[in-house]
Design a protein around this ligand. Structure first.
Ligand code: ATP
Length: 306
């Protein structure tokens, strides 16, 4: 959980940098004058997208050698399908997302997109084909039009507006003082978490990537906002390979595969129905969320394994 780290220690700062990196990788490295962890191999090739099939094969990963994070993680997401990652805090869910975006290289195993080894691919070509909707979207101190267009700089004003409508943020934008010319971000109009997320969804719609990575917000938004965001998310993910780190199990009932991760290992996998029948970790997480929903929904987050 991002909020837990920031900005108390080195990891906190680092983590925020990584969050930011989801938005603007190269700019950030320029800005902070740090070396990216991962460099392209001299023979790196461009990712050739053919539907966006994602495969992890026996992946082992650690940030520091004394603490292994992922152990022998294997899974496949077929092109256009949805995979959900659930499990207790610290299990390694967000790490899987970061690895797919190639913020780090793995120590052992293989990560492939459409059969191509991530390590052999040009990083930019990978990031161009992957859209990320993080928990916290960073907005640029620029107008809202620029912020949406960032997903595809060659999009016309009409396309920007269409994407905003699709992401259910257009109606809100036209209430801003200068509508699409309104400056947002730290030095401009401040947007709520839900609004920022919808800006990010609009960006992603313009980007139209084959693969989408979603990091579901842990902090519960109000039900109405939540529902709107869910439906915009479903629209943007339609027909694209989607990997979602889920905190509310209700949002992933229809996922093609759910992986339950615990201490860096996959302990269960299957569809929602399959996992309920199995009556293991997932089933008890589900039961617990149902109970807390009944208690008023105040605690509708995964607390499994704690
Ligand atoms: P949450 O649900 O709380 O977001 P998660 O399952 O997504 O948790 P990760 O963020 O993948 O968990 O973290 C897995 C482990 O890796 C944690 O123990 C965390 O402390 C550690 N970790 C995360 N980022 C770093 C980093 N940059 N350097 C070192 N350790 C890290």
């Amino acid at each position: 959980i991002i909020q837990l780290y920031a900005p108390l220690n080195f990891f906190g700062t680092y983590y925020l940098m990584i969050q930011q990196a989801f938005v603007d990788m190269e700019n950030m490295f320029d800005l902070l004058d740090v070396e990216p962890e991962v460099t392209d191999s001299p023979s790196a090739t461009q990712l050739q997208i053919a539907g966006g099939r994602v495969e992890f094969k026996n992946v082992y990963f650690h940030y520091a050698p004394e603490k292994r994070i992922l152990k022998d993680v294997s899974f496949t997401v077929e092109a256009g399908e949805t995979l959900a990652l659930v499990g207790p805090s610290g299990a390694g869910k967000s790490t899987i997302i970061r690895l797919l975006f190639r913020f780090y290289d793995i120590q052992d195993g293989l990560i492939c997109i459409d059969g191509q080894d991530l390590k052999q691919l040009n990083q930019n070509s990978v990031r161009q084909n992957i859209g990320v909707v993080p928990q916290d979207t960073v907005l640029f101190n620029d107008d809202i039009r620029y912020n949406v267009r960032y997903g595809n700089m060659s999009a016309s004003d009409d396309e920007v507006e269409q994407a905003a409508r699709y992401a259910d943020i257009h109606d809100r934008i036209i209430t801003f003082p200068s509508q699409y010319d309104t400056v947002v971000g730290e030095r401009g109009l401040k947007l709520s978490g839900g609004e920022k997320q919808r800006v990010c969804i609009a960006r992603t719609i313009l980007k139209a990537p084959a693969v989408i990575l979603l990091d579901e917000a842990t902090s519960a938004l109000d039900t109405e906002t939540e529902r709107n965001i869910q439906s915009s998310l479903m629209k943007v993910c339609q027909g694209r390979t989607t990997i979602i780190v889920a905190h509310r199990l209700s949002t992933i009932i229809h996922a093609n595969v759910i992986l339950v991760l615990k201490e860096g290992e996959i302990v269960e996998r299957g569809t929602h129905e399959h996992l309920l029948v199995q009556d293991g970790v997932y089933a008890s997480m589900w039961a617990q969320q149902q109970r807390s929903l009944e208690m008023g929904g105040a605690m509708d987050q995964i607390e499994g394994g704690r």
